[in-house]
Design a protein around this ligand. Sequence first.
Ligand code: HEC
Length: 174
Amino acid sequence: MPAFSKSFSNIEMRAIVAYLRYMKSTSSATFASGDAIQGRVIFEGKGKCLNCHRVRDKGSRVGPNLTEIGSDRRTVDLQRSLLDPDAEVLPSNRFIRIVTQDGVTIIGRLLNQDTFTVQLIDSKERLQSFEKANLKEYGFIDKSLMPSYQDKLNNQELADVVSYLASLKGIDGQ
Ligand code: HEC
């Protein structure tokens, strides 16, 4: 397992800059108040959020870990992530598509890259590393792999899920 710490902070830095810029460009709004307990039921049940996301020790690593999302994002951002995932994909959450020399296509969340190699987490949560020189193609995917919940959850359910997300403040939180 290679050490990511050095260049990882680069990616995180870019995420922070993008986020600060974005904070400046949006204003907050008010939404229906939700019930975090009900939100958790939806998150783990019909929302199927755990198929892609992890909260503490539960769920998948395909999408970003949401254990601390309530400390990192404002309500308006959380709401937007659910309704319009393509609107903003943070650099730290970007997905890449690569094609190997033998024509195999792999899509995964970018973990790290340098001049010669690229590392990603694939849809089966495997960490994979590739030499760029051995790839036929690689590039970012502009669209989010997160589905929109606009038509899948009603307003109350959305508000509940957002309340639940807002309550996620890390391992020591509740
Ligand atoms: C098919 C996989 C998938 C499912 C199912 C899914 N997500 Fe996502 N989600 C992603 C991916 C990939 C990203 C990162 C790209 C982006 O920001 O759009 C993401 C991003 C997010 C973000 C933004 C994270 C950030 O750092 O700002 C939130 C919040 C979120 N998802 C919540 C949810 C909730 C709540 C559900 C269930 C109702 C859900 N997701 C279901 C894949 C998924």
